[in-house]
Design a protein. Structure first.
Length: 287
């Protein structure tokens, strides 16, 4: 494919993902219309089928794109190990960017526990998340690690997901983000501290894996080349994260130099399209 044609195709795909995210977040999988998405993206709706194959597959691409953007912007819990700081990052992100939670809610309403994937990205992402949680919470049990992470995330996410209940419960302070965080942070930190002190040793027997399959072994969570040793797998992940952090820092420095030399944020975002998202570019430029 010629370079110019490839660039046009990438631009069309990006425009469709942006328009579809708005449409799906507002109306869900069943209520969204491909003609509205195509019109908002400035292209023919046949392009949706040509690029993505179907409306369902477009939804899958939109959701994973939103998840990838989230992982680029929000530092994970295991980066600094601070539960309070993490719930604040999570709460603030979803308060300012409500679409991802809405997309996940629509997916659950339409598909139940059937999480569609593309190129195994979601499964790989959550396998790595559970491995990191096992190291963070000093447990050999993937269920315990997954459950702990799920509960930590549930607190800030639920506050953002049901604003009507937040209003009923908190009254005039329902939108007082500082007051909410002032309660949420020590509550989360205290809950985790108490749980770690009272939960006792983790069982070493077979347990339920992160995919819900009964009897999944611990080494199902790691690639074949890492083996069943969780400590080794966690160390490998830490090294990879350190390399990724270094690469992102180098990219940020290069972006800021280019921006200082006159390159606009939009042009820089286009140059790194497919590597990091535009919000990440803006975040790196502001650092």
């Amino acid at each position: 494919m010629p370079i110019q044609e490839a660039k046009r195709s990438d631009a069309t795909r990006a425009a469709l993902l942006c328009a579809a995210r708005d449409e799906f977040a507002e109306r869900g999988l069943a209520g969204a219309r491909v003609d509205r998405i195509a019109e908002a993206a400035g292209c023919n709706k046949e392009r949706i089928y040509g690029i993505f194959g179907s409306k369902d597959k477009l939804f899958d691409a939109v959701l994973i794109d939103a998840l990838q953007e989230f992982t680029d912007v929000v530092d994970p819990l295991w980066k600094d190990g601070e539960v309070g700081a993490f719930v604040v990052r999570l709460y603030d992100y979803h308060r300012e960017h409500p679409q991802l939670l809405r997309l996940l809610t629509w997916e659950g309403l339409h598909r139940g526990d059937d999480a569609h994937d593309i190129d195994d990205w979601r499964h790989g992402h959550y396998r790595r998340k559970i491995l990191s949680a096992m190291a963070q919470f000093d447990t050999d049990d993937p269920f315990r690690a997954g459950m702990t992470t799920f509960l930590i995330c549930a607190m800030p996410n639920w506050l953002n997901l049901v604003p009507q209940l937040r209003r009923l419960m908190l009254g005039d302070r329902a939108h007082d983000a500082d007051a909410i965080k002032a309660v949420m942070v020590p509550f989360a930190e205290g809950a985790i501290r108490s749980w770690m002190e009272t939960s006792g040793p983790a069982p070493a027997a077979r347990t339920t894996g992160p995919d819900g399959a009964a009897g999944a072994e611990r080494d199902d969570l790691v690639d074949d080349d890492t083996g069943p040793d969780v400590a080794a797998a966690a160390e490998r992940l830490r090294r990879a994260q350190a390399e990724a952090d270094a690469a992102k820092a180098a990219l940020g420095a290069a972006l800021r130099r280019a921006n200082a030399d006159g390159a606009s944020a939009n042009s820089l975002a286009k140059q790194v399209a497919g590597t990091v998202s535009r919000p990440v570019v803006l975040k790196l430029l502001s650092e």
